[in-house]
Design a protein around this ligand. Structure first.
Ligand code: HEC
Length: 401
C-alpha cells in the first residue's frame, strides 16, 4: 500500500509539474515574442501617452492590441496582472518529485556504484542527498554572483552569457562525475530551472514591486530594476529549451550513461539555446537560419558521439556462439525479476517498474534491444542492488537472438 500510494502521488505531482511548466514557459515565450514584436505606435496620441511599442494580434476569434510603455503610464491600474505562481508551482512540484523519487532512494538513483571515483561510488544515501542539494543551490549562488559581479549595471551582456555557458559545461561535467547518469542530467536541468525560478523570486518580482511602489509614490522608478528584470528574463528564455530536454531525458540511457555524457549534455544545452535564439530574432523581424542550423549540427554531433560502437551489420560473425535465450533468462531471473515482475519481491515495488516484466522468456525476447542497452550502460540493475557481475553483462552483450 505505501509504495502504491507513493507511486500515485508521484504520478499526480508529475501531472501538476508538467501543467505548471507548460503554463509558465508558454507565458514566458509569449512575453519574449511580444517584447520583440513591438512596433512604434503609428498614432500620435499613443506616443504622447508614453507608449513606445505596440503589437496587434488576432487570437481565438478576437483582436488584441498590446502596448508597452517606455517608463510608467500616467496612471497605474489597480488590477495589474502579475505572473509568478506558475514559476513557483513548477519549481515546488519539481522539487517535491525530486525528493519523492531521487532523495527517497539515493542509493538507487543518485549514487553511481560503478563510478571510477571511489569516494563518489561509495557515498551513502545521506551524503548523496546533501551533495545533490548543495549542487542545486550552489549552482544558483554561483550563477547569481556571476551576474552581479560581471554585470552590476546590466552591462557586458556578451561576457556574462559566455560565463554562464562555461558554468553550464562545468555543471554538466561535475554532475556526471558525482552522480548516476540519469540523476546528473536531471540535476543539471534542475540547476538551470532553479536559477530560472530564483531569478523570478529574488529579482524580477521584487524589482517590479519596487517599480510599482515608486510609481505610486509619484517617483521615478530605478531603471536598474527594469533592466535587471529584463536581463534575467532573457537568461530564462535561453534556459527553457535545454531544461525541457534534460527533464525528459530519463528514459534515454544511451545518452546519460555514455562515457562522454557531460559532453553530450553540453551539446544539447547549446543546441537548445541556439534554436531558441532563432525564434527570439525571428520575432524581432530577422530570420537567421544559421542559428538553428548550428543547433542541428550540434545535435548531429551528439548523435555521432553517442552511436553504439561496433553495431554495424558486418559484425555478425559471432552469432553462432552467442548465448541462448535460456541462458540469458536464467541471468535475468537472478538479477532483474526481483523488480521486473508482475509480482515484484523487492521492497517498495508494487508493480513492474516501467511496465517491464521478465517473468517469461517471451517477455524477455521482446525486450531484447532495451535489455541489452540498459545492461551495457550499467543503468540496470538499478544501483546494482542485485549484484550483477561483469561476466553476466558480457553474456547479455553477446546475446544476439
Ligand atoms: C531494484 C529494482 C530493479 C532491478 C533489480 C532492475 N530494475 Fe530495471 N528498472 C527499475 C526501475 C525503477 C525502472 C524505471 C526507471 C525509469 O523510470 O526510468 C527500471 C527500468 C528498466 C528499463 C526501462 C528503461 C527505460 O529507460 O525506460 C529496462 C529495459 C530495465 N529496467 C531492465 C532491467 C534489467 C535487464 C534488469 C536486470 C539486469 C533490471 N532492469 C533490474 C528497477 C529495477
Amino acid at each position: 500500500m505505501p509504495s502504491y500510494l507513493l507511486d500515485f502521488i508521484n504520478f499526480m505531482l508529475r501531472w501538476l509539474h508538467v501543467i505548471a511548466a507548460i503554463a509558465w514557459i508558454g507565458e514566458s515565450i509569449y512575453f519574449v515574442m511580444l517584447d520583440n514584436s513591438l512596433k512604434t505606435p503609428e498614432d500620435e496620441s499613443s506616443r504622447r501617452k508614453g507608449v513606445f511599442g505596440e503589437m496587434w494580434a488576432v487570437h481565438g476569434g478576437g483582436f488584441y492590441h498590446n502596448q508597452k510603455y517606455a517608463t510608467s503610464p500616467e496612471k497605474l491600474p489597480d488590477d495589474l496582472h502579475w505572473s509568478y505562481w506558475k514559476s513557483y508551482t513548477t519549481w515546488l512540484s519539481g522539487f517535491a518529485l525530486f525528493v519523492l523519487l531521487y532523495m527517497a532512494n539515493p542509493g538507487f538513483y543518485l549514487v553511481d556504484s560503478g563510478n571510477d571515483w571511489e569516494w563518489a561510488a561509495n557515498m551513502n544515501g545521506a551524503e548523496a542527498n546533501i551533495l545533490a542539494l548543495a549542487f542545486l543551490f550552489g549552482g544558483w549562488v554561483v550563477y547569481n554572483q556571476m551576474c552581479k559581479r560581471i554585470s552590476p549595471n546590466m552591462e557586458r551582456d556578451g561576457l556574462l552569457s559566455l560565463a554562464v555557458a562555461v558554468l553550464m559545461v562545468f555543471v554538466a561535467y561535475l554532475s556526471t562525475q558525482l552522480f548516476a547518469g540519469r540523476a546528473a542530467f536531471l540535476l543539471t536541468g534542475a540547476v538551470m530551472a532553479t536559477a530560472m525560478s530564483a531569478n523570478v523570486f529574488y529579482w524580477i518580482i521584487p524589482g517590479q514591486r519596487r517599480m510599482v511602489e515608486a510609481m505610486k509614490a509619484g517617483e521615478e522608478p530605478d531603471p536598474l530594476d527594469g533592466k535587471r528584470g529584463k536581463q534575467r528574463s532573457v537568461h530564462n528564455t535561453y534556459f527553457t529549451l535545454p531544461v525541457v530536454l534534460l527533464m525528459i531525458s530519463n528514459h534515454y540511457s544511451f545518452v546519460y550513461s555514455h562515457e562522454y555524457a557531460w559532453l553530450l549534455m553540453s551539446l544539447f544545452i547549446f543546441a537548445g539555446a541556439l534554436i531558441r535564439q532563432f525564434f527570439v530574432l525571428m520575432h524581432a523581424g530577422s530570420i537567421r537560419p544559421a542559428y538553428p542550423a548550428a543547433g542541428v549540427a550540434l545535435i548531429l554531433l551528439a548523435f555521432w558521439i553517442a552511436a553504439p560502437a561496433g553495431s554495424s551489420s558486418g559484425d555478425e560473425s559471432a552469432d553462432a556462439d552467442g548465448p541462448t535465450l535460456d541462458e540469458v533468462h536464467a541471468i535475468v531471473e537472478d538479477r532483474c525479476v526481483q523488480c521486473h515482475s508482475s509480482d515484484p519481491s523487492e521492497d517498495g515495488y508494487s508493480s513492474a517498474p516501467a511496465g517491464i516484466e521478465y517473468d517469461t522468456k517471451e517477455q524477455l525476447q521482446k525486450m531484447m534491444a532495451d535489455t541489452k542497452e540498459v545492461v551495457a550502460s550499467e543503468y540496470m540493475p538499478l544501483g546494482n542492488v542485485t549484484e550483477m557481475t561483469e561476466e553476466e553483462r558480457e553474456v547479455i552483450a553477446d546475446w544476439r537472438e
